[in-house]
Write a protein that binds this ligand. Structure first.
Ligand SMILES: [Fe+2]
Ligand SMILES: [Fe+2]
Length: 215
């Protein structure tokens, strides 16, 4: 696999305007700003990652239900299986983001209140899961589009976080997840890589918008 020039990728995001978000997406981001502040912090990113995984879980769930009904049609079942595999990979990728952030928060000894950082993210994720699920059942493109906005927002947030915190360039990245997620010279590069992942998630959802279910 080609190794990306992470600085160039960051610049590309910064040079690209954000998408025009839907009302639902804007409500979500606005709600997050109210509860977690507008400032980009590790703790706020962690909440973002708790929520980021759930559309993939919702799609996987719907796909398994379809598989149960249609396993008698091998071609269809095959496509569903490939669909599930992609959703799983994205979910795992978001999971590494979450674990890496949790580890950094722990290393820095940051204090997080139980309600705002444990309970509330679970509640938001619960609702977001059901919204993603219901939209997918009604029309998959609606669910993908919401995720496109979510991922576009995340991509910009991470790249702007690196831009606004130049000291990250000097902080080495030490992690028990290096073997899984990759080794990086410093924390700035880790966040650039995470931002780039979010862009790839966005592209994958965009590519699915005009396709029928599980294609
Ligand atoms: Fe993520
Ligand atoms: Fe993502």
């Amino acid at each position: 696999m080609e190794i990306p020039d992470l600085r160039k990728e960051q610049q590309q995001t910064l040079d690209t305007p954000r998408l025009h978000y839907s009302l639902l997406a804007r409500m979500l981001f606005f709600g997050m700003d109210i509860f977690y502040g507008r400032k980009r912090t590790l703790s706020k990113f962690k909440v973002l990652e708790v929520i980021a995984r759930v559309p993939y879980q919702a799609w996987e769930h719907v796909a398994y239900i379809a598989m149960t009904h249609k396993y008698g049609e091998p071609d269809f079942a095959r496509r569903i299986f490939d669909f599930v595999t992609e959703a799983r990979q994205q979910q795992d990728n978001e999971q590494w983001h979450l674990l890496i952030l949790e580890e950094m928060i722990d290393q820095q000894g940051l204090k997080e209140g139980f309600f705002r950082y444990r309970l509330l993210p679970q509640i938001i994720a619960f609702f977001y899961y059901h919204v993603s699920w219901a939209l997918y059942v009604v029309r998959p493109s609606l669910s993908y589009r919401l995720n496109v906005y979510f991922e576009d927002h995340a991509e910009h947030e991470y790249m702007e976080f690196v831009r606004d915190n130049p000291d990250l360039e000097q902080i080495p990245f030490k992690s028990i997840f290096e073997k899984d997620y990759g080794a990086f010279a410093n924390q700035a590069d880790v966040f650039r890589r995470i931002g780039l992942d979010e862009r790839e998630h966005k592209r994958e959802s965009l590519a699915r918008i005009d396709q029928p279910r599980f294609n």
